[in-house]
Design a protein around this ligand. Structure first.
Ligand code: NAP
Length: 266
């Protein structure tokens, strides 16, 4: 089996990367950063997002696992003290796979230039530096509302514990193929009105965001932000592709939620 390791780059993560790499090579596994069967991230959830985007073009062939070197993570759920145990598990391949849904985002330009297509593991957020974001939201081909405000966040179930949660969105179990739209400071008065609540769309309901004015938008896909001018529309839906996690033990989602946000235990 071929594997690759992506480190956060700090001293602790680099040391753990070196240890895992040497042990796995000793077990006759092959280190291959171009086409790994298993991508191991060492750092935090942010490092895991980087690992995901490094291998997003080969999701059918690369499974992921995360070791955290800081606080407990949602994607990085193995602790450094368990590294030896994890290495033995990896060496005993084949491993079990658990799949999580992803978000597909297509940014259509007004001109003839090429559309941009992305997969997000956490979310897509749409903001602007030029006043308010003003756009029509269509759901499944029907006008739903005209949004005015700071921006919108469209998240995956596993991203629901990240930016979405900070915006008051609900936490969605990753076994539910869905996307969630949350507002950032919508303008609500006698003239402008939005639903105000987060919306959860199932797999067969896509949403289309159509800007009403020519503004440049800051569109983030997970940790990557780009500026776009001349946006005709932004399509968001549950992607056909899924992320595959290598699972060697059960670590229930609600336990991760509790341990991260509720529990006092370290
Ligand atoms: P960052 O600003 O350095 O860190 C964002 C924080 O979100 C980190 O603590 C990260 O965990 C955590 N995180 C990432 N994915 C998560 C998930 N699925 N569930 C719970 N927490 C999660 O940015 P970054 O490390 O490059 O990560 C980009 C992410 O930041 C975006 O995808 C977005 O979700 C999030 N974000 C959050 C807010 C907010 O909460 N107000 C605002 C902007 C962006 P680690 O420390 O383990 O890496």
């Amino acid at each position: 089996m071929k594997f690759a390791i992506l480190s956060k780059g700090d001293k602790k993560s680099d040391e753990i990367k070196t240890r895992i790499k040497q042990y796995l090579i000793d077990f006759d596994l092959i280190y291959d950063e171009d086409a790994p069967d298993l991508a191991i991230s060492v750092g935090g959830d942010g490092t895991f997002l980087e690992a995901f985007h490094t291998y997003v073009h080969r999701l059918k062939d690369t499974a992921f696992i995360g070791v955290h070197t800081g606080h407990l993570g949602f994607y990085a759920d193995w602790v450094p003290e368990e590294v030896e145990k994890l290495i033995i598990e990896i060496a005993k391949t084949p491993f079990q796979v658990v799949e999580y849904p992803l978000l597909e985002v297509i940014i259509n330009p007004k001109s003839d230039s090429q559309k941009d297509q992305f997969l997000a593991l956490n979310e897509c957020s749409v903001k602007t530096t030029e006043g308010s974001v003003v756009l029509d939201i269509e759901i499944k081909g029907e006008h739903f509302e005209t949004f005015r405000g700071d921006g919108l966040c469209i998240s995956t179930p596993s991203g629901s514990t990240a930016y979405n949660k900070a915006l008051g969105g609900g936490i969605i179990h990753p076994s539910l193929p869905s996307i969630q739209i949350t507002e950032m400071a919508s303008i609500n008065n006698r003239v402008f009105r939005t639903i105000g609540s987060p919306l959860i769309l199932p797999q067969h309901h896509d949403c289309l965001l159509k800007p009403l004015y020519d503004r440049s938008f800051l569109i983030s896909i997970d940790h990557i932000t780009k500026s776009y001018a001349n946006v005709q529309s932004i399509e968001c839906r549950v992607a056909k592709e899924k992320i595959r996690f290598a699972r060697f033990r059960s670590f229930p989602f609600w336990k991760r939620v509790r341990d991260s946000f509720v529990s006092d235990e370290l």
